[in-house]
Each structure stands twice: as C-alpha cells, then as structure tokens.
Design a protein around this ligand. Structure first.
Ligand SMILES: Cc1ncc(COP(=O)(O)O)c(C=O)c1O
Length: 398
C-alpha cells in the first residue's frame, strides 16, 4: 500500500534539488544547513547540527561538554540504551536515577541524591513525549554547576510551562529514526544556544575539521589555503556521524510539516484518553498541568489483577489493534550490563562497579506494567479502528 501522508511533494522536490546539484563536495552541506536553520527556528534554539542518528547526537553532546574518563553521567533507569552506550563510549560512569511512578520521567529528587563530586552531566529524557520537570532539574543543575542534556528523541514540539523544552537545557537532542514525529529514515539533530557547544558538536560529527563553526559545515572555506601542502585540517576529534544531503532534504520538508504530525498524534491520544478514562486498571501516563506532551506513543500502566499483560495485548491485536509495545527493560537490567560485557569497554574503571537489583525501585515496579500503543497515524480516520479495538478489548475483559 502506498504511504500517502508521511512524505509529500516537498520531500520529493528537495531531494530532486540535491540530486540535481550533483552533490558537489560531500561536506559542503547546503541542504543540511537549510534543514538546521529551519529546525533551530522551529524549536526556538540558536544552533542546530544534523547527525546520522539520535545516538550520535548524544555522543557529540557528551564530547562537547568534555565528559571523559571516570566522569559520572546521571540518566534515568528507564530509557533507550543509547544514553548508556554513549556514556560508555566516553569511558564515563553511568549513574541511574529513579523515575516518577505516574509520569515515568526521571525523578529530580533522585537526580540530586545521585550527584557526587565526579558528576559531569545529567541526561534527562522526556519519555514518550512528556516534558520532564525542567524547572526543578535546572535548579539542581545550577546549584551543582552541571549541564543538562535533554534527550528529546520522542518529544518534538513538547512544551513545558507553555515554552519550548529546549529552553532550560544546555543541549537538546532529537532522533529522526522512522518512528519519530518527523523522520529522515534514520538521522538525528541536536540544538543548543551555545555557539561553543555547537561548533564542538559539528566538528565531532564530521572529522574534527578546523574550519568548521557553529553554523557552517563547510571545510574548504578558502580553497587556496586548504590545498596548501602545509595546511593542517583537523584540530579536534571527529567520528564522521554526518547526515547525508538526501536525508537532510527529507528533514527540511518534514520540519515544514511538523505541526501536522504533532496535531495528528495529539488528536489520536485524545481518542485513546476517552476510551480508557473510566477503566481502573488502565492508568495513562500522567500529564502534569504545566506540560504539553507530544505523545510519541500513547502509554499507560496495565494493572489488571487477573488478566495478564500478554493476554490483553493478544486480544487487542485480535480485535484489529496494532501491537502493544512493552517498555524497554531498565538499562541496568540489560544483558550488556548483567553479563558484565560492558566492562570490556574500560576494564580498569569498570572492573569493580556493579548495578544491583533494587537500585531504582519505582522504575523496577513500573516498567513491567507499561503498555505503549501506536500513535503514529496519518489521520483520525486511520486511528479510529485501532482505538475502537482497544474499546472492544476493554469491553471483552470487563
Ligand atoms: C529517547 C531516545 N533517545 C535516543 C534514541 C536513539 O535514537 P536513534 O535510534 O536515532 O539512534 C531513541 C530511539 O530511537 C530514543 O527513543
């Protein structure tokens, strides 16, 4: 079946522009630059830098903040593995903070409890599109002079106290993988108001080219100088995480259409809300009054005493619902950690570290009960039968 809503004329036109240009230099980045400027404006940040994933963006953020050997990085226990992976890649120490039982977001009080003299950064994750408690987190961060990395992979367009969720954080990262509000197939984009961080991240996402700046990805600013045999190109570490121009073309068009994608997810979430509102054993993720979720998915806790999570999920699919997704296992429960394989990344540092069960008791209790319902439809007409399937499942089990 042809997908008619995700990509439109604009995407094809911008791709054609890139191909018609014959690419030119792989690092000239005309379309990347246009995408960055449009995206930065859309989310209310000064600088944006494109990447090939929402994991490489996070890696660049840690690099830009100078996180390195033996530094501690705080992150929620319930999140994607990427927050851990990039921390290990920097030979830093992951520190897990517990979550709030109702919002599933990182608990600011536990962040504060976990801060030590070795803490170098705090990664927060507005999970499923729900903003974190940014004021409280910023207060803690300021008190301890720590930067906040806001992993908003799932939270395009989310608002906190009526403002963009980028405002109180040093750096905000987005994934453009294909389940996200806007997508380039795979990709990432990161924003900041700091010129210095933007330049460091851009260099890291390329090959550490000296000529790169916060807003400019070109490396041959002066051909004559660049082609001088004595010219030194690289003044920082870079891992070549760049976004291809064709992907940036899609990203630019998707940014222009972002409001449509946001509205459709919000409207679909409202439909789910209606269906579950009087069902005692289904507790939707709590959206505090000061938050506007962008509902990457529709999440809830499944608390039925007699019908198992799996039986409910199977019946939902039988009635025509899309699959129910389980929440990620807590990061410190992943095999990467429990098998000890993670220690190979820096044996002298990690040898004696263990992450015991019971570390984040709320997250441990909440994670097995979470259900994530698909919220990524092109229209309410498309969403309606899926929501109806949930209604039928609830009626079936009573
Ligand atoms: C919260 C969060 N952060 C980071 C990522 C990583 O993004 P990517 O898959 O683009 O590397 C994801 C998932 O894709 C995510 O959900």
């Amino acid at each position: 079946m042809k997908n008619t809503w995700r990509f439109g004329e604009a995407e094809f036109n911008y791709i054609r522009e890139v191909l018609d240009s014959g690419f030119g230099s792989g690092t000239s980045g005309g379309m990347n630059n246009r995408f960055e400027v449009a995206f930065a404006e859309k989310v209310g940040a000064k600088w944006a830098v494109t990447f090939n994933s929402g994991t490489s963006t996070l890696h660049a953020a840690l690099h830009a903040l100078g996180v390195g050997y033996g530094d501690e990085v705080i992150m929620p226990a319930l999140t994607v593995i990427s927050n851990l992976s990039v921390t290990l890649a920097q030979n830093a120490i992951p520190v897990f903070a517990d979550i709030n039982e109702n919002t599933f977001n990182i608990d600011p009080d536990d962040i504060e409890r976990k801060i030590t003299p070795r803490t170098k950064a705090i990664q927060v994750v507005p999970i499923y599109g729900l903003p974190c408690q940014y004021d409280r987190i910023s207060e803690i961060a300021k008190k301890h002079d720590l930067p906040i990395i806001n992993d908003a992979a799932q939270a395009f367009g989310a608002k906190y106290k009526g403002r963009s969720i980028t405002e109180t954080c040093s750096i905000t990262s987005y994934s453009l993988e294909n389940s996200k509000h806007i997508t380039t197939g795979d990709g990432g984009i990161i924003v900041t108001d700091s010129e210095e961080y933007a330049a460091r991240m851009r260099k890291f996402g390329s090959l550490g080219y000296a000529a790169m700046t916060s807003g400019d990805g070109r490396i041959r600013l002066n051909r004559k100088v660049f082609q001088d045999p004595n010219y030194k190109r690289h003044d920082d570490l870079g891992l070549n995480y760049r976004m291809p121009e064709v992907a940036a073309a899609v990203g630019l068009a998707q940014t222009e259409r972002m409001d449509f994608f946001l509205k459709t997810r919000l409207d679909t979430a409202n439909l789910y809300d209606e269906v579950v509102k009087d069902v005692a054993y289904l507790t939707p993720q709590l959206v505090p009054d000061d938050c506007e979720s962008s509902y990457w998915c529709y999440s809830l806790r499944y608390l039925h005493d007699e019908i198992s999570w799996q039986d409910f999920s199977d019946k939902y699919v039988e009635f025509g619902g899309d699959g129910v997704y389980a929440a990620w296992a807590l990061t410190y429960h992943e095999t990467l950690i429990s098998s000890g394989a993670w220690k190979r990344h820096c044996p002298p540092l990690y040898q004696d570290l263990e992450y015991e069960n019971g570390l984040c008791p709320i997250a441990e209790r909440v994670q097995p009960t979470i259900m994530q319902l698909v919220n990524n439809y092109g229209s309410l007409e498309e969403a309606q039968p899926k929501v109806e399937a949930l209604h039928k499942t609830i009626q079936y089990f009573g």
